[in-house]
Design a protein around this ligand. Structure first.
Ligand SMILES: Nc1nc2c(ncn2[C@@H]2O[C@H](COP(=O)(O)OP(=O)(O)OP(=O)(O)O)[C@@H](O)[C@H]2O)c(=O)[nH]1
Ligand SMILES: [Mg+2]
Length: 302
């Protein structure tokens, strides 16, 4: 594969919005791949996830970002740093909202988002997401009207990222807004981030989906070994970090059964992602209050 020469549009697109709005689902729908992890819990995405979309005419580099919030501790401050960084580097901004919640609120204008857009003036597309879950679809019409008359957005579109409806129309809009330019990456490149990052995310996705209460939020995953072996399974060893001994106990489960089944589900997802069989070893470690400790956060890549 090589860099496609016929591409005439190239741009960076930051996807921003509140936690749980569907940012990661949207990026995956655009790319046609499960690149960024998705769970029903808010604050799933913690770092910037870079995804590359390429067709015959355009190459768009998407930044999936953590959901916007007022940071309470160091990890959340780092999360909001990724949002700022993505906005600064993007030529186009996508603001995505959960339309069900916007209908309840009676407005799509979110003060926190409006403030950010005033600081980063770029062509901005408003995406009204989760239209499949809006019971009376015409209740969304005044919101689209509000978006158009607000002067904040270049365009507005109603979609379902989950069902992939109107996602192609959104891609066409973004291609229109993208600057003229040449492709930077190979036509089959999906990201520039290392496989270790995606492997750690896939383990974290399983923990987020399986455990309730505080465990997902106290969990980080650190890949300690990633060995590609010739002619055999690759070897991956990961530490699952939690904050308390009780959390460690729940993650491991009676006779290790909980951890074993986390490992089985994660291994399947990682093999699918890497397109290669692996041997996965998981270890649970306790690191008190790592979320508020700059040194530990740095060691986890924040
Ligand atoms: N019904 C419906 N659910 C959706 C849609 N898009 C996303 N979801 C669901 O909403 C939840 C959150 O989706 P994510 O893509 O993880 O949301 P996010 O904005 O990336 O969330 P954070 O990373 O936590 O900020 C998941 O359960 C998705 O399946 C949609 O179009 N319709
Ligand atoms: Mg996300």
């Amino acid at each position: 594969m090589s860099v496609p020469s016929q591409v005439t549009k190239f741009g960076h697109v930051a996807i921003i919005g509140r936690p749980n709005a569907g940012k990661s689902t949207l990026m995956n729908a655009i790319l046609g791949a499960h690149l960024s992890i998705v769970t029903p819990k808010p604050q799933t995405t913690r770092k910037r996830v870079l995804g590359i979309y390429t067709d015959e005419e355009a190459q768009l580099v998407f930044f999936d970002t953590p959901g916007l919030l007022k940071p309470q501790y160091a990890m959340q401050r780092a999360m909001m740093g990724y949002v700022d960084e993505s906005l600064a580097e993007a030529e186009i901004i996508v603001v995505i909202v959960d339309t069900v919640k916007a209908v309840e609120r009676g407005t799509i204008i979110d003060p926190m988002i409006a403030t950010m857009l005033r600081r980063h003036k770029r062509p901005t597309v408003l995406v009204l997401n989760k239209m499949d879950a809006v019971k009376i679809r015409k209740e969304a019409l005044p919101l689209i009207e509000e978006a158009r008359s607000s002067g904040i957005f270049a365009k507005a579109i109603a979609i379902s990222a989950r069902d992939e409806t109107y996602v192609d129309d959104l891609i066409a809009m973004l291609k229109d807004l993208a600057p003229e330019g040449h492709a930077l990456y190979d036509a089959d490149a999906l990201s520039t981030q290392p496989e270790r990052f995606f492997v750690a995310e896939l383990v974290r996705e399983v923990v987020f989906k399986r455990f309730e209460d505080e465990i997902p939020y106290a969990t980080e995953v650190d890949i300690v070994e990633f060995k590609e072996r010739d002619g055999g399974k690759w070897y991956v060893a990961a530490d699952i970090i939690v904050e308390r001994d009780t959390q460690k106990g729940i993650l491991i489960g009676a006779k290790g059964t909980a951890l074993k089944s986390v490992g089985e589900e994660a291994r399947t997802a990682i093999e699918e992602h890497l397109q290669h069989p692996i041997y996965l070893e998981l270890f649970v470690k306790v690191r008190g209050a790592w979320r508020n400790d700059r040194t530990q956060l740095a060691s986890f890549g924040y």
